[in-house]
Write a protein that binds this ligand. Structure first.
Ligand code: AMP
Length: 278
């Protein structure tokens, strides 16, 4: 696996890659969820590029940028084993040289849910993803359904800014007890790790209700709220039952809908979601 850290090197190495090129952007501290994206890219594409960049501009001032978990040697071994051809691993100075002042912002889709609780988060995400896309010029880019709003926002940006890139959204990978895999799960102590299963339990109950015919969105939200409230270590930040594409809150579930939530377990913020009406 070629490790590339500068834009000039990237231009040369990118031109040598057999096409189509698949791209998997990450912030590192990799787990099986990230590797599932690499596997999907490996099946579709002649070359696979991954990136590791902990993007400072998508973290709020009181968020976990400084303590975001990192383990580059382990990540390199996992990417090698998954047969990644190239790792794009730029420094903050390469991505944001002094004088940087240009931003990419998707408006409507970023106002609710994660965007409402994390002001500026998606501006950082879309700016860095646009820059990563410009550096790597992939044919296909792979994102996880785990970050459902991010996937919707990136799809919108690609359409609006005419990136010639196909966005592929891959299913959520979970631990045996249902907890969605996340680099942030490492923050949980044993009691919190146990409590964290409440996200999957609550979403599963709502999904079961949907499958038994419940189409009232508020009833589905209430079901989730009640289950999360019963878990003493959990604090629900939001529960949403929204249109899959526009992310507008629904009264009645008629087409493809996204049931999504954010929960604080102690100090750790976890998100999870289910898609219904596929
Ligand atoms: P991150 O390193 O957290 O920025 O995630 C990089 C990519 O991996 C994003 O597209 C995430 O949605 C995706 N991802 C993270 N966790 C999972 C998971 N449990 N299952 C599938 N994809 C995931």
């Amino acid at each position: 696996m070629k490790i590339v850290t500068t834009l000039s090197e990237m231009r040369i190495e990118r031109s040598l890659l057999p096409e189509p090129v698949g791209f998997v952007p990450t912030m590192g501290y990799l787990h099986a969820g990230h590797i599932s994206l690499v596997k999907a890219a490996r099946i579709d594409c002649a070359s696979v590029v991954a990136s590791i960049f902990v993007n400072p501009t998508q973290f709020g001032p009181n968020e976990d940028l400084a303590r975001y978990p990192r383990d580059l040697p382990r990540d390199l071994a996992l990417l090698e084993a998954a047969r990644v051809d190239m790792l794009w691993s730029p420094t903050v100075e390469v991505m944001y040289p002094s004088g940087f002042q240009t931003w990419v912002e998707v408006e409507g889709l970023t106002r609710s849910l994660e965007g409402e609780l994390r002001p500026g988060h998606f501006r950082g995400v879309t700016t860095v993803v646009a820059k990563l896309f410009n550096a790597v010029s992939p044919d296909k880019a792979y994102f996880g359904q785990k970050d459902a709003q991010q996937a919707a926002v990136v799809r919108r940006m690609v359409r609006d800014l005419d990136f010639p890139i196909e966005v592929v959204v891959c299913p959520i990978m979970r631990e045996a007890d249902g907890l969605a895999m996340s680099s942030r799960n490492v923050y949980l102590n044993p009691a919190e790790r146990q409590a964290a299963t409440v996200l999957f339990r609550a979403l599963s109950a709502a999904k079961a209700a949907y499958e038994s015919g419940e189409r009232n969105a508020e009833k589905l939200r209430t079901l989730v709220r009640e289950i999360v409230t019963a878990e003493s270590l959990a604090k629900l930040q939001y529960i949403s039952c929204a249109d899959y594409d526009t992310l507008e809150e629904l009264e009645t579930v008629r087409a493809k809908a996204l049931l999504s939530m954010a929960v604080l377990i102690g100090k750790t913020r976890l998100i999870d979601n289910f898609v219904v009406g596929l």
